[in-house]
Write a protein that binds this ligand. Sequence first.
Ligand code: EPZ
Length: 430
Amino acid sequence: MAIIQINGGRPLAGDVQISGAKNAVLPILVASLLTEDDLQLNNVPHLQDVTTTMALLAQLGADIGMDEHMRILINTRQVHSQAAPYELVRTMRASILVLGPLLARFGRAEVSLPGGCAIGARPVDLHIKGMQALGAEVEVKSGYIVARAKRLRGARIVMDTVTVTGTENVMMAATLAQGTTVIENAAQEPEVVDLARCLNSMGAQISGEGTDTLEIQGVDSLHGATHDVLPDRIETGTYLVAAAITGGKLRLQRTRPDTLDAVLSKLQDSGAHISTGADWIQVDMAGRRPAAVDITTAPYPGFPTDMQAQFTALNCIAEGTSVISERVFENRFMHVLELQRLGADIQLRGGNAIVKGVAKLSGAPLMATDLRASASLVLAGLIAEGETRVDRVYHIDRGYENIEEKLSGVGADIRRLTSSFRQPTSAAVA
Ligand code: EPZ
């Protein structure tokens, strides 16, 4: 199993190329189930979760190929199975996204419940309720969601809670339903918008994407398309914090500043100088120590929960005290226990972390627990004096493409080692 080793204290400087968005490409890969034609995807990130999703689609019977430019070509004409087994679903919760497309295209789906998760209960009750609202018969037995529907019928659905993949699952199913579907209290994340744009390029009739109300006119079939995957706003935010925490200056290329308003605003509050263009963001900390910033996570366009751990790390060395309020997931502070090992002064009280900034952190061996927590440990290692080792970095490989290459390319002293620890077979998280 791999370890990332960092010797901290170097301000980062240079350019970083941002990759395609994990949380956009996963639902878009699954949308290939909605058509018998070819779907070509460009700007696909090289991530473990992408590999897992391609393996799941192949197991269902899809033909999938990747060319030397990382372009993916998928054809699901030969799909012969509508069952997503526990062995695969437990390694990646987003596998639940096959439920809607399998139901819509084949009239049946058997999808394992995702099971436990490190950052919270993460039920899928709203995915199931959405399918039932579209006319499917759904029962949960022996750990599987078993769904049947001759043809889905459009409906008006109000989501009890804003759910990203819940919205995506229902939206995909509704594209082939008979009649019109309206989804209220829909998720507005840019990744939901990117999925809607890809579906519309396949012949779907979706409007309202990026607002809290989606309208989908069902059609009889969808055709093939070519889609450029949205740049990853959370990868972007992570490198912005890498510049801020080390007092450095980075220019992030091939990204979308307009998907990061809440994050850029908080970075400016921390004292960073931010400039942007159509597809780039420059952050300059000019050697300054960041000012503490309070964070409260919320669905988009609020501050993203996927950036909470990274800002907690930034606040560890900031001037002043900050309050971090995690309002989306109930257990997303596991990075705090590891940051304390570096000398961070953090108190956990209910859904809040009270962070008193300290002048310096000292390197130590750490253990990653989930995707964004592991990113925050790497960020803290970049500023901690001495050596920091982050174990179980398979968590980080799920969502960050070539993180040590990208960081060493802008001056970080970082490398990947293999460790003698056996990789646990525990359930995945994100
Ligand atoms: C998506 O997860 C992202 N994953 C997560 O990113 C992200 O943290 C999350 O949205 C919130 O932005 C992908 O897009 C693949 P939710 P998702 O359903 O859809 C509750 C990462 O690090 N809920 O929006 O699973 C749930 O418990 C990952 O890249 C229900 O109650 O999250 C949570 O409190 C981590 N019932 C809230 O909604 C349901 O049926 C938001 O969860 C579904 C969700």
